[in-house]
Design a binder for this molecule. Structure first.
Ligand code: FAD
Length: 483
């Protein structure tokens, strides 16, 4: 793809946005010999993988993503020499803990048998549910983490799909008799950010559960920024260019290229590409649905969180929301535009596995809850009440906190429309066919000078939210077919 004369475009591909998907697209293009340039609006690269000193000197916080099982499981990231480039994974002894009122917390460990053993009368049911999925995890992930739901592993997918299509609340009740196991499943499924009685929410519970057992729920030592920096190094080693502090506010900010890949929301794409997008596709993107937002807190702590059940202190992730019905009510409230009094809280204790993130003897914590789309409500008190419920005295160990409501999240990163961290609702209609129903979901039909092509490569394309780089990889493959 050598430049033959001065009338040729400056680049084969310009990528807008240096999140995991933008960088994955750049790497895929540069590997194939394309001249690729990444333009990142912020002063630092990484998108949802940035780490910053949000509270006190000496404390490092992941501004967005922190627990990265999808990165470890990603078939694309597995092709990269991440360890050589400094990425060190830290996997906790307990992947996720689910504290419950008046009884010991349920603990999800790498071992299915050990996890099941602590689930009382549902021990057998948990083993029967999880063991076949863990054995077939490669096939399931291969299917789940790609654009089209054409069954590549028909038997395993028939087995998995029959359960995955269900609402999480229905599968929890069908599979388990006791509240303990049901609560654990609800905590996993609530990552879907929609009511647990919506179809396909069970798939989130199943996939996140099997990731706990198959690969673990690891963090990057030093912060997720380490993964972003490694991806940037690979890009540059392959000859790709990255420019930060280059917010693309208008089409004229873009150098000439044969292909443009947008690691942005469909909304930003519409704003930038304007009348180049034909009316039919424009309407489809306008109808694209963004989901609820998040309210996020980061803490500098003077001591570990004083969990009532001391086992929770060994968990990386803690799901705070009690029983299935409570989590279900909280997620339904959010969907209907209400702020739950008792929100479902996702909390991570990075210093359990990575003491480098705080001065000696000090700790960090990362927590968020779901809130209605576009919310500006301060959820600090409800979140801290949920933590105190299972860790009395938590407020006494707080040295400093940083808080962001849903619209702060959008101001921080325009991809989080209304605070939606998944780049759009991930329900039956939008999980595999995002942002619109098309054979190639990455390709954007557009009327462009010089036959240049447009692509969307953010988490608003399949396979959706999370740090895996696969939206960028598949979009770049689509672009390469035409370069
Ligand atoms: C609070 C929070 C917690 C999360 N936790 C996890 C987790 O634990 N594990 C996990 O796997 N995922 C998690 N996620 C989700 C994950 O971060 C995202 O799904 C992922 O980062 C999406 O990657 P992306 O490349 O599509 O977009 P992004 O990571 O959002 O990157 C997009 C980049 O494009 C830039 N950009 C946008 N518009 C322009 C423009 N016009 N010009 C130039 N640059 C532009 C932005 O500045 C940004 O750097 C979390 C997200 C949040 C917010």
């Amino acid at each position: 793809m050598a430049r033959e004369d001065e009338s040729m475009p400056e680049y084969d591909a310009v990528i807008v946005g240096a999140g995991p998907n933008g960088l994955a697209a750049a790497i895929t293009l540069a590997r194939a010999g394309a001249r690729a340039l990444v333009l990142e609006g912020q002063a630092t690269l990484g998108g949802g993988m940035r780490s910053q000193a949000l509270t006190l000197p000496g404390f490092t916080h992941d501004v967005c993503s922190t627990v990265l099982p999808l990165a470890v499981a990603s078939p694309f990231f597995r092709t990269l020499p991440l360890e050589r480039l400094g990425v060190r994974w830290a996997t906790p002894e307990i992947q996720a803990a689910h504290p419950l009122d008046g009884e010991p917390a349920a603990l999800v460990r790498r071992s299915v048998a050990q996890t099941a053993a602590a689930l009382g009368r549902d021990a057998g049911a948990y083993r029967r549910l999880m063991n076949p999925l863990v054995r077939g995890h490669r096939a399931i992930l291969d299917q789940f983490l790609r654009p089209l739901p054409i069954p590549r592993h028909p038997l395993m997918m028939a087995y998995f799909g029959a359960m995955a299509l269900l609402p999480a609340s229905a599968l929890a009740r069908l599979a388990f008799r006791g509240e303990r196991a049901r609560a654990v499943f609800a905590g996993m499924a609530a990552h879907a950010i929609q009511p647990l009685d919506h179809a396909i929410t069970a798939s989130f519970g199943l996939v996140l559960g099997l990731l706990c057992h198959a690969v673990g729920w690891p963090l990057v030592v030093g912060g997720s920024q380490g993964l972003a920096d490694a991806l940037a190094k690979v890009t540059r080693e392959l000859g790709g260019e990255i420019a930060t502090g280059r917010m693309v506010a208008a089409w004229s900010d873009l150098p000439s290229a044969r292909a443009y890949l947008f690691d942005t929301s469909p909304r930003t794409l519409l704003r930038l590409a304007g009348e180049r997008i034909p009316a039919g596709y424009w309407r489809q993107l306008e109808r694209y649905r963004y989901g609820p937002g998040v309210f996020k807190l980061d803490y500098a702590l003077g001591a570990p969180i004083p969990w009532r059940d001391p086992a929770v202190a060994h968990a990386g992730t803690v799901h705070l929301g009690g029983a299935l019905d409570e989590i279900r009510a909280a997620e339904s409230d959010v969907w209907r535009g209400r702020h739950p009094e008792r929100p479902f809280v996702l909390l991570v204790q990075p210093t359990v596995v990575d003491p480098s993130r705080a001065p000696a003897g000090r700790h960090t914590a990362w927590a968020y809850c779901h809130v209605p789309h576009g919310s500006t409500q301060d959820m600090t008190s409800p979140i801290e009440a949920q933590i105190e419920r299972f860790a009395p005295g938590f407020r006494d160990v707080i040295l400093a906190r940083s808080a962001r409501h849903a619209l702060d999240m959008e101001a921080y990163n325009p991809n989080y429309v209304g605070g939606d961290i998944n780049g759009g609702v991930q329900d039956l209609r939008q999980l595999f066919t995002r942002p619109a129903v098309r054979l190639d979901p990455y390709r954007v039909p557009a009327r462009m000078a010089g036959n240049a092509r447009l692509y969307l490569c953010s988490s608003s394309t399949p396979p959706g939210g999370g740090v895996h780089g696969l939206c960028g990889y598949f979009a770049a493959r689509s672009a390469l077919r035409r370069l």
